[in-house]
Design a protein around this ligand. Sequence first.
Ligand code: COA
Length: 162
Amino acid sequence: MAVALAPWSEHDEPLLHVLLGDPAMMEHLGGPESPDRIGARHRRYLASPADEPQFKVLEGDLPVGWVGYWRRRWRGADVYEMGWSIAPAAQGRGLASRAAGLAVAHARDHGTLTAVHAFPMPGNAASNAVCRKAGFTLLGETGFDYPPGTAIRVNDWCSELS
Ligand SMILES: CC(C)(COP(=O)(O)OP(=O)(O)OC[C@H]1O[C@@H](n2cnc3c(N)ncnc32)[C@H](O)[C@@H]1OP(=O)(O)O)[C@@H](O)C(=O)NCCC(=O)NCCS
């Protein structure tokens, strides 16, 4: 089945609740988000600037997940950070790996920065595998702040865009 990215739209809030409201889905991301927080995140995604696009992942016509990237300051440079999430019923079919590859290509074609990073926790085996399969290079383990105010350890994966 074809995998494609489409801009986040006003109809996509229920998908975000599936992705971010489930404790199992959020095991490596600080736990589930509250319905209010998910609603606020949905509105942020709708208003995201062109340089920080948020996409739904489509398998055929069916929305099955999210991928996006945004700017952050990292080790003295402006870079993109990328994140992804695929609904439990659609996992294990290579969708996140292909969606991440499409999002990296989008950043390469449309972005203004020269590198994109992803920061999965070392124990998030599936997300680390997505990084590897989407062509990121592992730079090493490092300290990180997520959710804001919480110190965690993550793997720093990077894909050069230029
Ligand atoms: C991470 C996530 C997006 C992967 O989605 P997915 O569509 O199932 O990923 P893929 O099918 O592309 O699989 C990628 C690789 O991960 C591997 N994988 C999947 N689940 C795994 C698991 N639980 N343990 C180890 N490896 C796993 C797959 O085997 C595959 O590698 P392979 O093709 O070499 O076998 C999904 O598990 C998810 O949404 N998790 C919750 C949100 C999250 O953690 N996001 C990342 C934040 S950094």
